[in-house]
Design a protein around this ligand. Sequence first.
Ligand SMILES: NC(=O)c1ccc[n+]([C@@H]2O[C@H](COP(=O)([O-])OP(=O)(O)OC[C@H]3O[C@@H](n4cnc5c(N)ncnc54)[C@H](OP(=O)(O)O)[C@@H]3O)[C@@H](O)[C@H]2O)c1
Length: 341
Amino acid sequence: MTSVTRIDTVRLGGQDGPEVGVQGFGAMGISEFYGATDEAAARDTLDAALEAGVTLIDTADTYGLGANEEFLAPFLAAHRDEVVLATKFAIERRADDPSHRGVRNDPAYVRSAVENSLRRLGVETIDLYYMHRRDPEVPFAESVGAMAELVREGKVRFLGLSEVTGPELREAHAVHPIAALQSEWSLFSRDVERSAVGAAADLGVTVVPYSPLGRGFLTGAFADAAKDLQGGDFRAHQPRFTGENAERNAALLDPVRKIAAAHGATPAQIALAWVQQRASVHGLTVVPIPGTRKRSRLLENAAATRITLTDAELAELEPVAGLVAGDRYPDMSFTAASREV
Ligand SMILES: NC(=O)c1ccc[n+]([C@@H]2O[C@H](COP(=O)([O-])OP(=O)(O)OC[C@H]3O[C@@H](n4cnc5c(N)ncnc54)[C@H](OP(=O)(O)O)[C@@H]3O)[C@@H](O)[C@H]2O)c1
């Protein structure tokens, strides 16, 4: 049986924010995107999270079109006080058109989205409510303004944004304090370091790196991505997981494997240790949210918070992101990077 490492804690968004474990849990994959789901294993994984002190649980209304929030409801009913619950609004999907992704930030949408999330989750208050994607046509005064009203009404405790640029984060923060910025950040994805991370450090915003394992690629699980991704796995359409890109990217894992061996660790743990340590270069706090459907991996990931990479190891990993083949999304207009000048 894997022993349980209790992880350290940190406050989201500074001294007045909620205390969470330094690593959170991304619940998305327990409902869709990354292959078959197993509810019993997912429940066990959530229990393991609390055992390890992984208390920031991350979902979104769009994951499984509401199913991910609904799945969490019994867990929350049993453990509401032990969990810091984060969910998100803004990505609109349609049951009859799986490829459709709309982005809605207007105040009426914000108000109806929060009611739907509260109902599905079975809670009275959401601890951290994120705008999942920004619609640049809607000024922050309106969108974050509507989110701030939810704080005043007690429906939401703290606000977060996902995939915004540094200037956008500053503008939104002036409307209402932002506790957390959730953006992709890993050994393979470092565009967030261009402007958003610096703004977060200035403002005291905690960064919550999503896909810190590169959607699984950094774990070394994809020897032959085309063969390994079956059964409608969303990654089969991701540029980094397909064709020649996948082959080239797999070769980039050599230093990760070598460093893992030196620490008696796994490549996944080295990827997580890297993002945790990289944050200190920028003078900020991070709470990465790796996702897994398995108890043993949850505990393995939590144990990564105890690994410290040497300066020489960090230097060896430094060029990796610059060599990655393929964008992190098939349509990069879905990211903050597309709005950076
Ligand atoms: N804000 C946004 O736009 C956004 C976008 C994407 C994701 N997110 C959030 O971020 C969370 C994490 O991101 P993610 O799930 O996309 O990617 P990730 O955490 O980088 O990787 C998840 C993948 O890695 C595998 N994995 C996890 N731990 C492992 C280990 N120790 N060894 C081997 N394989 C391991 C998982 O497979 P198994 O399940 O088989 O373990 C899964 O396929 C999501 O759950 C979601 O909450 C947010």
